[in-house]
Write a protein that binds this ligand. Structure first.
Ligand code: AKB
Length: 318
């Protein structure tokens, strides 16, 4: 039976993943954790065990894992790309020292570990179109450096100590439940809020900038499917390319106009986030994930737009 610890459980992925894991594995078998309590998450906190855990404190993390007999750690605590450029030291500390502590506890307590990587693990010298699973990884952001180093560290713990580590390289994730916290792909979430509230959006990412994206239900499926995948089928582990769609701001605006014809898109490009986006691939080749564990996303751009607008309308009371 799985006993799961989710770190960063109140973040964009964690808040939805925890609910889904509790539905599948039982509420008491999924311990949600975060560095602090956050307003607006009362329902999640009350729906099962919740612990305040700082993953940069290895002793605290170890005690928590022992206290709840955890055998699976889903490590979602991380600083994203744009915030990472503002606070590189904190980004390194949480993303790398935190991951090191997670892997050490997993080694000692025999836990399986899922850690997301990102399209940020690639850089300007990576082939940008249909980016292969195994290719050049020379990222130019602190977040990207921690993601590629994290992939290597997870592979090391698997090969050296037999820790069952698994991960995917997530693209930009789009969801209506919890806002993303300081990434480069966040424009693709904000655009839906502003489309509904103001019928216009000012993009900080320039026209023509292609990036991979995915709707949250597919991202949750990716985590759970890979976690449950037969280990004998896994040639790769840390981390699999996964994608569901690739678009630029004009394309997502076009999709929104199918539902809100008067929607207008303007630009006020942020040079920091634009430089990050320019260093990332335009589109990933995710055939290894499809072949090794059956990855098969359900939402394309228009399917996602329809669902996002319907759900957000209810959430915003419009
Ligand atoms: C970010 O933009 O930093 C994240 C990511 C692609 O990892 N959404």
């Amino acid at each position: 039976m799985r006993k799961i610890l989710v770190t960063g459980a109140l973040g964009q992925i964690g808040s939805e993943l925890t609910t889904e894991l509790r539905r599948i594995y039982g509420a008491n078998n999924v311990v949600a954790s975060g560095r602090r309590l956050k307003e607006g998450h009362e329902k999640l906190i009350e729906s099962g065990p919740f612990e305040i855990v700082d993953i940069t404190n290895g002793k605290e993390l170890h005690e928590m894992v022992k206290k709840h007999n955890i055998n699976t750690i889903i490590n979602l605590a991380a600083i994203l790309s744009a915030v990472g450029e503002k606070y590189p030291e904190e980004c390194w500390n949480i993303n790398m020292n935190g991951l090191y502590n997670v892997l050490e506890v997993a080694r000692e307590e025999n836990c399986m570990v899922f850690t997301p990587s990102s399209i940020a693990a690639f850089g300007p010298t990576t082939p940008p179109d249909n980016t292969p699973q195994d290719t050049i990884q020379r990222p130019t952001t602190m977040y990207g450096v921690t993601k590629v180093a994290g992939e290597l560290l997870c592979d090391y713990y698997f090969k050296k100590f037999g820790v069952d580590t698994r991960g995917v390289r997530f693209p930009g994730l789009i969801s209506y439940e919890t806002l993303p916290g300081g990434g480069t792909t966040d424009y693709a979430v904000h655009i839906y809020y502003d489309a509904l509230k103001n019928k216009r959006y000012t993009s900080f990412i320039a026209k023509g900038t292609m990036m991979d994206m995915m709707y949250m239900p597919d991202a949750l499926d990716a985590i759970i499917q890979l976690m449950e995948a037969d280990p004998s089928k896994l040639i790769h582990r840390n981390a699999f390319n996964v994608t569901a769609m690739s678009f630029d701001p004009e394309m997502i605006a076009g999709s929104i106009r199918k539902f809100i014809p008067e929607f207008e898109l303007e630009y006020d490009v942020d040079p920091v986030r634009q430089a990050i986006a320019d260093s990332w691939p335009n589109s990933l080749d995710d055939s290894a994930a499809r072949e090794e564990w059956g990855w098969d996303p359900k939402y394309d751009l228009n399917g996602m737009t329809k669902d996002m607008l319907e759900k957000l309308k209810i959430k915003l009371g419009l």
